[in-house]
Design a protein. Structure first.
Length: 321
C-alpha cells in the first residue's frame, strides 16, 4: 500500500516538478537577465585571441556583465550547446548553422568573417596514390559530420563528377580522424586549421584539394535568438571587441601566433602556417553572405543530409528580414 494519500502524492509531485522546472530554467534565466554572457569557442581563431587578450571580459565587466567561456571540439557540438541553452554566443563555419537550424535551433546570424577557402582541405598521406578528387571514388573519407568541411567535400566531389554516395564517408571527430589517418585506416581526411596545418607539418600530409575556387569557408558569429533580442547592445559590444581583436591579430601576426601557441600546444611553424590562411575583417551579417549560405542549405537538402528545405533567412537578424 502506498503510505501517502493521493492528495499528498499530488502535492509532492507538484513540488518536485516545480523544483525540476526551476533547475532546468535557471541557466536560461541567468542568460536572459543580461548579467552573464556565455560564449562558446573552439581552440583557434578570433574568439580564442579575444579570450586571451581579455579585452572583451574587461569591457563587459564595466557594463556589469560577466563572461563565461566554454570550449567545444567543433562547430556542431558548439551549436548543440547553443540549441540546448548552455551558451548564448559562438562562432562556427558554414555547415553547422544549417544542421542546427534544420534541427530547430533558435539561432540568429549576427556577424561573419571574410572567406578563407585555404583554411580547410582534403588531406591524403604523403605516399598516397590518390592524385585528384576523382580518385576518392570508392575510398574511405573521414570528416566531422556537419562541420564546414562537410560542404567542402560535397562541392569538390560535385566538381570532380563523383557522386557523394560513391564515397565511403566516415564521421569522426578531429582527434579520432587524426588517429585513423596516422594508422592508415582512412584514405583521406577533410579537415580545417589548425588540425590541417598540424597534419601537413607533423605527418607530411598532402593537400589533395582545398576550398579555393569551390567554397568560401566563411566563419559565422551566432547568438540564440532570445539573447540577441533581449540584449542587442551586449551582442554589439561583443562584435565590436571581436572586430578589434581580429584587426589586432592581422596587424600583429607574430604576437598573435605567440598568443595562440601555448593555447594550441603546437609548434610555432604550425601556428604560423594556419594563421597565414586566416581571413580578417569581422563584419555584420549581410544579405549577400546569407544568399551564399542558402546555397549550402540547398546542397545539403538535395543530398538528403537535412530532412527538409531550409530558409536561412529565418535565422537572419531582424534588419535583414
Amino acid at each position: 500500500m502506498n503510505p501517502f494519500p493521493s492528495a499528498i502524492r499530488r502535492a509532492l509531485l507538484r513540488g518536485l516538478l516545480g523544483l525540476l522546472g526551476a533547475a532546468l530554467l535557471a541557466p536560461v534565466a541567468q542568460a536572459q537577465d543580461g548579467k552573464t554572457l556565455r560564449i562558446g569557442f573552439q581552440k583557434y581563431g578570433t574568439l580564442t585571441i579575444v579570450k586571451a587578450l581579455g579585452t572583451l571580459d574587461k569591457r563587459l565587466a564595466e557594463q556589469g556583465v560577466t563572461v563565461k567561456w566554454t570550449e567545444f571540439p567543433a562547430g556542431p557540438q558548439l551549436l548543440e550547446g547553443l540549441n540546448v541553452g548552455s551558451i548564448d554566443f559562438g562562432t562556427v563555419g558554414e555547415a553547422p548553422p544549417i544542421f542546427a537550424q534544420a534541427a530547430g535551433a533558435a539561432l540568429v546570424y549576427v556577424g561573419s568573417e571574410p572567406a578563407a577557402p585555404a583554411s580547410e582541405a582534403i588531406l591524403v598521406p604523403k605516399d598516397s596514390p590518390l592524385r585528384g578528387v576523382a580518385d576518392l571514388k570508392g575510398r574511405k573519407v573521414a570528416l566531422n559530420k556537419g562541420s564546414n568541411v562537410h560542404y567542402l567535400l560535397v562541392k569538390q566531389l560535385e566538381r570532380a563528377g563523383v557522386a557523394y554516395r560513391d564515397v565511403n564517408v566516415v564521421y569522426l571527430t578531429p582527434s579520432d580522424a587524426r588517429a585513423a589517418f596516422e594508422r592508415g585506416a582512412i584514405d583521406a581526411w577533410v579537415i580545417w586549421d589548425p588540425f590541417q596545418a598540424a597534419a601537413e607539418k607533423q605527418l607530411g600530409a598532402r593537400v589533395l584539394a582545398d576550398g579555393a575556387g569551390v567554397v568560401k569557408n566563411y566563419q559565422f558569429f551566432l547568438a540564440t535568438s532570445g539573447y540577441e533580442k533581449a540584449h542587442p547592445q551586449i551582442i554589439q559590444t561583443v562584435l565590436d571587441e571581436v572586430r578589434k581583436g581580429d584587426l589586432w591579430a592581422r596587424d600583429h601576426r607574430a604576437e598573435s601566433v605567440a598568443l595562440l601557441q601555448p593555447v594550441l600546444g603546437l609548434d610555432r611553424e604550425i601556428v604560423e602556417l594556419a594563421a597565414s590562411r586566416l581571413a580578417y575583417g569581422v563584419q555584420p551579417i549581410t544579405r549577400e553572405v546569407l544568399l551564399e549560405q542558402q546555397q549550402v542549405a540547398d546542397a545539403f537538402h538535395a543530398l538528403k543530409l537535412i530532412p527538409k528545405p531550409l530558409n536561412v533567412f529565418d535565422a537572419a537578424p531582424s534588419i535583414l528580414k
